[in-house]
Design a protein around this ligand. Structure first.
Ligand SMILES: O=C(O)c1ccccc1NCC(=O)[C@H](O)[C@H](O)COP(=O)(O)O
Length: 265
């Protein structure tokens, strides 16, 4: 079978992870996770009367290349928080997104809203590492994991006190995700194997998501009208990267998204 964009990202993630494991043994990271500041509650922030906005710190991407230099991720995150963001997503993958764990540290220190470590989580080490660096939320990409890994990593994240954002793109992945009863489910409009963006994905799948599950519409959200559409379709929250980091006034953009009324599913 030919290799996908997601496969090649994960190969790089595994290589970088091996270097970090050599530099800092697991036992050391486990101890740091245990003494990290406690995780911040996530779900109530994402399921309020208005649309929750998860605002992303994103320098580059496989689909678009370089987006923004972001020399001070902490300042950008503080702008997001002051404008009403419900959470901040920090890409920590280095090769394709130019993120880092140092970005995560800086953002967690700068804001008092929950912080998502957005990465390609494929090994226990990364979960302890996420917590050690203050993550409140971690991403589980169903397309990147076996059923057994999904279950195991969901339990591990929960045991560490973090909330898992379980991410799907299609009906088959939602069915696999349902097996672990996620409290927070993201529908990514972007197919991570082809990079195609389908703005209809959320609307097509939302009817199969049980009531009570907090939902996030992810990717390709450019304007307030895109976010309004997702709110009407029943999204509790949106996850926005490129449109914010390339905006001349990211705070104004977040404030506009965050004022959109939510819709009860
Ligand atoms: O953004 C990409 O090109 C990408 C490619 C392959 C895997 C993941 C990718 N992005 C991660 C994300 O989920 C997005 O950063 C996030 O949903 C925000 O998307 P956008 O608002 O379109 O920047």
């Amino acid at each position: 079978m030919s290799s996908t964009v997601l496969d090649s990202i994960i190969a790089g993630v595994r290589a970088d992870l091996a270097a970090r494991v050599s530099a800092r043994p697991l036992a050391n990271v486990v101890a740091a996770a245990a003494s990290a500041p406690p995780p911040r509650p996530v779900l109530p922030r994402l399921s309020g009367p208005t649309l929750g906005v998860i605002s992303e710190v994103k320098r580059a991407s496989p689909s678009k290349g370089d987006l923004a230099a972001i020399p001070e991720p902490a300042a950008l995150a503080a702008t997001y928080a002051a404008a009403g963001a419900a959470a901040v997503s920090v890409l920590t993958e280095e090769r394709r997104f130019r993120g880092s764990l140092a970005d995560l540290d800086a953002v967690r220190e700068a804001v008092d809203i929950p912080v998502l470590r957005k990465d390609f989580m494929v090994d226990d080490y990364q979960f302890y590492e996420a917590r050690a660096h203050g993550a409140d939320l971690v991403l589980l990409i169903v397309a990147a994991l076996s059923d057994a890994q999904l279950r195991h990593f969901h339990s591990l994240a929960t045991d560490l006190g973090m909330t898992a954002l379980v991410e799907v793109h299609d009906a088959a992945e939602i069915e696999r995700a349902q097996a672990i009863d996620p409290a927070l489910l993201g529908v990514n409009a972007r197919n991570l194997k082809t990079l195609d963006v389908d703005p209809d994905a959320f609307g097509a799948l939302v009817g199969t998501i049980p009531a009570g599950v907090v939902t996030v519409a992810e990717s390709g959200i450019r304007h307030a009208d895109d976010a309004r559409r997702y709110a009407r379709e029943g999204a509790d929250a949106v996850l926005v990267g490129e449109a914010l980091v390339t905006h001349g006034d990211p705070g104004a953009a977040v404030a506009e998204f965050a004022a959109i009324p939510g819709t009860q599913r």
